[in-house]
Design a protein around this ligand. Sequence first.
Ligand code: ZN
Length: 251
Amino acid sequence: MSEGATLYAFNCGWFQCRPGYFVEGDEGDYLRGPVPSYLISHPKGRVLFDTGMGVRYRRELANALPANKFGLQWFEGMDIASRLKAIEVDPASIDWIVNSHLHIDHCGGNALLPNASVIIQRREWDAAQAAPEPGLYEALDYDTGQPVKLIDGEHDLFGDGTVRIVPTWGHTHGHQSVIVRLAKGEVLLAGDCCYTERNLDVMVLPRATADTEQGLLTLERLAKARAGGTHILFGHDGKQWARITENIPFE
Ligand SMILES: [Zn+2]
């Protein structure tokens, strides 16, 4: 009998880039990383951490982005509404959306979750509002009409320590991650404060980092958490994703 949280992982699309985009200085062929979304099911509510990309990034397999091109794409059935329906969860039953940050590949599915309230760091909301468009922030993705709860720093979502939102500044000024306590231990959903496991292994940030000093402090905190036994799920790590089974409770 479980009184705690259950976690599901979904991939909502693909992010293609050169290795140097993820780990500054790395070279080699184009990589393909997932664009993850996570469902946390808790007795007091259903939570999504990140929601994928907007409909303008949808492609048909016949005109998929070539493997040697930078960009984002998703295919039929990968949007968050389809992902939820595939495990018989009604998108309208989602209570909370926690967006790691408001870049286009993290909140593009918010509009598909009509009854959710969005939890975002106040400083991330401000950064999005101040950003030029088109660009990494687009209001059509993040400003979709649901109630927005702006927070400053840590937030224990259900008050019982099972779903803790923690600030992980650096990639953007108001980036946040979530620590989920499962029966087998803690899982940290990193989002883009750490794109891949390799960033943490070599302690190197990507070039596209809003605040390098804060970003390195965040990596140090992640390294400590990992050493303490926390399982970290990275933002766009294709190698790690190959070991994850979607649609079943994560263990
Ligand atoms: Zn991203």
